[in-house]
Design a protein. Structure first.
Length: 258
């Protein structure tokens, strides 16, 4: 914006009474958090339209708010919780696990315990973070969640029969919510489009925010933003939905597993 207006850094600093290096550091992203006051001052100097000024000032204000996940940064990897909180729709496929947003505390703890590298305290913290993530499902602007779960994930007795039965009962109960659909991909479906593994597609309410594909790995997470990659995963999800049982038939199958 400064360059569009043919303004020099020294000129802007002088008009605002800033130190000689302040604007340079801001433009190089060598700052901490944007000041609302500074954004208002820059908007005035750059003579921004009211709509643009209000948007930038709003962003500066929001950037200073602490998301709940900050308190769990020691156990939550990457920015998934941030993306989930802002999503309008979450489509997820899991081959070996119940999706994290749909797990019971006991099931989540059993999964984490299976890694054999976490202490009891770490497991407790991770489970607490996972349960905090799940609060978006009952929020006022709750996202639509569409989960396709492979039969293999449902037949694994993670934590033992009781833990698994309670987990399946939880799936049946949560599937009654209007914003949640669950489909089971049965073994009898044979090979399918998602044989290469689990993934999540997140859509956002603002059309300017493109969908995001999230893939979890053992040591690091992968976020795909390229339109071609996203379209490919949207197509894969559509295919596995066609191969899976309907939501109604899926609930009947879940009931039979208990």
């Amino acid at each position: 914006m400064r360059e569009d207006r043919n303004l020099k850094i020294e000129s802007v600093n002088k008009q605002l009474g800033w130190s000689s290096g302040k604007l340079s550091r801001m433009e190089r992203n060598e700052w901490k958090l944007p000041s609302v006051r500074d954004m208002k001052d820059l908007a005035e100097v750059y003579k921004l339209p009211d709509e643009m000024r209000d948007a930038i000032v709003s962003l500066a204000s929001e950037s200073r708010l602490r998301g709940w996940w900050i308190d769990f940064k020691d156990v939550l990897r990457g920015g998934l919780a941030d993306f989930e909180t802002g999503a309008s729709m979450i489509r997820t496929y899991e081959a070996l696990l119940i999706p994290g947003l749909l797990q019971t505390p006991e099931y989540a703890a059993a999964v984490l315990r299976g890694s054999r590298v976490l202490s009891d305290d770490d497991i407790e913290r991770k489970v607490a973070g996972r349960l905090k993530r799940q609060e978006i499902l009952a929020a006022e602007a709750a996202p639509s969640v569409w989960a396709v779960i492979d039969e293999a994930a449902l037949r694994k007795r993670v934590g033992g029969s009781k833990v698994m039965a309670d987990q399946i009962r939880h799936l049946i109960a949560i599937a009654e919510r209007p914003n949640i659909d669950i489909q089971v991909l049965r073994d009898e479906a044979g090979s399918h489009a998602a044989m290469e593994g689990a993934f999540m597609i997140l859509d956002f309410p603002d059309p300017a925010d493109l969908p995001l594909v999230y893939i979890e790995a053992a040591t690091e997470d992968l976020y795909l933003e390229q339109p071609e990659a996203i379209q490919n995963y949207v197509g894969i999800f559509g295919h596995i939905c066609s191969s899976a049982e309907s939501p109604e038939a899926s609930v009947r199958y879940l009931e039979s597993l208990i």
